[in-house]
Design a protein around this ligand. Structure first.
Ligand SMILES: Cc1cc2nc3c(=O)[nH]c(=O)nc-3n(C[C@H](O)[C@H](O)[C@H](O)COP(=O)(O)OP(=O)(O)OC[C@H]3O[C@@H](n4cnc5c(N)ncnc54)[C@H](O)[C@@H]3O)c2cc1C
Length: 429
């Protein structure tokens, strides 16, 4: 599964980035550091920033470019909660500990609002998200989530929007109801990642690109990680490799299945027409098993994702694979020009629960299962706090049991694809 490239792929974000995307050197020779982080997506970047700011000597090694993978390609929806929703977390942790985990998600949403200002960069942050129900029987899920938020998690930023009021939010015939979250948001993920990278360097951290870690091994009280042109000795190792961890750590990769996910950005629409599609400029995700998700960009495009593949591939023609989903939501966009179409990989765990933990001085963050903009920040806080000596938050994640996928390297993906076919069928009937 491991993939690597010297360039960002042609996403809307990379192609419209306002300047040339900064390059970082390749690791050469021997280095010594306190904390070595492998992977410069949101998980690695947030962890690195928190630790450099706390005075640690931090080195970040990235196989490709900063945010080359999911963190530079996603839908930019900063939604509160995890891919699995709260029930499996509540079951694993019980009411008091899941309440504390939820509180850390609220912290992440607030931190995301404040980070850019604090470090002087812009991420095109726009507040407001909608979780919609396509099927009448799934309106209950929204009602239950609203009830639980108020009664279990003490969270009062949600509002249920009924069918009559929906046209004020989305001009689509597809939805029965929606749950509005005033603390959800959307943003430009590549700008966020690049902003984090500059803040890390400004605080004294080192970032190396084109530096794939080929192997790591214990050494003295820490570890040594080896790349093609160099090696780094560290006291603490953090693995933040997402779906690409592969042979670097078999124990971790067996708990993940790389799933292909893809989306498109239309050509810029007339500003008023774009606003008529989503009058309040909230981002939207539905509550189908394989959800559609979409939002407007500041230059009036519709950015739309839907569909996924459990065998890890990406359709050859992402635009024509996605168009039927887009036109099903917005028939008024039939035939709209699509300027950009791209895909990426998400790191699905068995129950879509986050897989964050440590064994001694080796830490990991993974299993975000397609919903990672805020969860990576919450997890990075848990890991960085633990490295600084406070294990309180990390101990919550360690109560979640993430098992291996059955079937081994050859059969895990086909078995999972077959199992998921059942749930996808339930999206239709
Ligand atoms: C198409 C798509 C749409 C999405 N939309 C949303 C959304 O709207 N909202 C949301 O919340 N989430 C979304 N997600 C999920 C979200 O993007 C991810 O959960 C999140 O970015 C994961 O961050 P990460 O740092 O863990 O992983 P990544 O961003 O994948 O970063 C991992 C990095 O590790 C590097 N790496 C791997 N192995 C090595 C090695 N051996 N040596 C050095 N470097 C290595 C990789 O090159 C990569 O850059 C989406 C994902 C995709 C693919």
């Amino acid at each position: 599964m491991f993939k690597q490239s010297a360039q960002h792929i042609a996403t809307y974000y990379a192609q419209t980035y306002p300047a040339s995307i900064p390059l970082h050197p390749t690791l050469q020779g021997r280095h010594d550091t306190e904390v070595l982080i492998i992977g410069a997506g949101f998980s690695g970047l947030h962890t690195a920033l928190r630790l450099t700011q706390a005075g640690k000597r931090v080195t970040l090694l990235e196989a490709s470019r900063v945010a080359w993978a999911a963190s530079g390609r996603n839908g930019g929806q900063a939604l509160l909660g995890w891919s699995c929703d709260m029930p499996p977390l509540e079951k694993a942790l019980g009411p008091e500990r899941s309440q504390r985990l939820w509180a850390s998600m609220c912290w992440a949403a607030e931190e995301m609002r404040e980070l850019p200002q604090r470090h002087g960069f812009d991420i095109d942050y726009r507040p407001g998200s909608l979780w919609t129900a396509v099927m009448p029987r799934r309106v209950k899920m929204l009602e239950q989530a609203l009830h639980d938020a108020e009664h279990k998690w003490g969270y009062d930023a949600l509002r249920l929007i009924g069918r009559d009021e929906l046209p004020q939010w989305i001009d689509s015939p597809r939805y029965q109801a929606a749950l509005y979250d005033a603390n959800g948001a959307h943003l430009n993920p590549l700008k966020l990642a690049q902003g984090l990278a500059s803040a890390i360097e400004a605080a004294g951290g080192c970032i190396f690109e084109q530096s794939q870690v080929l192997a790591y091994a214990p050494s003295g009280n820490g570890y040594v990680a080896r790349t093609a042109c160099g090696e780094v000795r560290c006291d603490v190792l953090v693995l933040a490799c997402n779906a690409y961890i592969d042979r670097l750590d078999r124990k971790l990769s067996r708990r993940l299945l790389p799933v292909g996910s893809y989306q498109v950005a239309t050509a810029p629409l007339d500003a008023e027409f774009a606003q008529s599609l989503l009058p309040r400029n909230s981002c939207v995700i539905d509550n189908q098993f394989v959800p559609d998700y979409f939002r407007l960009t500041p230059d009036h495009r519709l950015l739309f994702g839907g569909g996924c593949t459990y065998l890890g591939g990406i359709p050859r023609n992402v635009a024509s694979a996605t168009r039927p989903y887009l036109e099903r939501v917005f028939p008024q966009l039939a035939g709209v020009a699509i300027d950009y179409a791209w895909g990426g990989h998400i790191d699905c765990s068995m129950q879509r629960t986050p897989d964050v933990g440590h064994e001694g001085q080796r830490y990991w963050l993974q299993g975000f299962s397609g919903h990672g903009v805020l969860p990576t920040l919450a997890a990075a806080r848990a890991v960085s706090d633990a490295i600084m000596g406070d294990e309180d938050l990390l101990s919550l994640y360690q109560g979640i049991d993430n098992g291996r996928f059955p079937g081994g390297d050859l059969l895990a993906a086909p078995l999972e694809a077959a199992a998921k076919a059942w749930y996808r069928m339930r999206d239709r009937v």
